[in-house]
Ligand binder design. Sequence first.
Ligand SMILES: Nc1ncnc2c1ncn2[C@@H]1O[C@H](COP(=O)(O)OP(=O)(O)O)[C@@H](O)[C@H]1O
Ligand SMILES: [Mg+2]
Length: 236
Amino acid sequence: MPTDTKTLPEAIHRAAEQIIESERKLVIKAYGVIHSTEDFMRGFIRKVMDRFNRIDLAPAVEIIVKELVMNAAKANFKKIFFAENNLRHDDPEHYERGMVGFRDVIDENIFVDYGRKAREAQLLVETSFDFDKDRVIIEIRNNTRMAPYEEKRVREKLQRGLECTDMAEFLLEHMDETEGAGAGLALCIITMRSAELDPRLLTISTDDDGTIARVEIPLHAGYPPVRSRWQEAMAG
Ligand SMILES: Nc1ncnc2c1ncn2[C@@H]1O[C@H](COP(=O)(O)OP(=O)(O)O)[C@@H](O)[C@H]1O
Ligand SMILES: [Mg+2]
């Protein structure tokens, strides 16, 4: 878990207020995940949701953003870990060994230690908040692309969340899974559903520049998300 006792300077909080006031886009760049960044994001989400009278959605958005940011940071750390140990992603035997080793490292103080390494390797996590009165669009990018097995895992986990109709049952089954055991994305989907958000508005895609997790939060019933507009256009 992140360990950092430093708090963010007051100036940053003031800048965040101004961004919300003028409805500009906020982009946060980070290499690791430290408490102060996490706290800042949580506070920012609360302020944005409050401004648009949807404070009810803040807990769901916080849970989802935290999970997606963690996943993005871990993906970058995993790349560093594999490189440090001369392991190749595309070799099944290397992959098996790498994942076992990586899980051990995750249990330790990975977020500070690997945050430093990620900075050296210029592997970053960029979180952007784009908002207006209709919707909030949050994108979390990490600049490593997904390996084919990761894309497969993402698809499986999202699907598992879509298929799960009973949150209590899901939690009972997965409660004892530690970070890295693969319950986070399914939980994001379930969280969206229980906040009455369309879970298909959470997408994860990858290209040569890296991986993007995107979540769109409509703020009122009258707003059609980009996805459904696109579907309407396709239907003519
Ligand atoms: N940004 C990302 N880049 C690469 N792989 C990812 C990313 N996000 C998720 N994944 C893949 O999806 C898997 C499932 O994620 P998740 O459900 O959060 O489980 P966990 O984080 O516990 O492994 C991850 O283990 C990883 O293989
Ligand atoms: Mg996760």
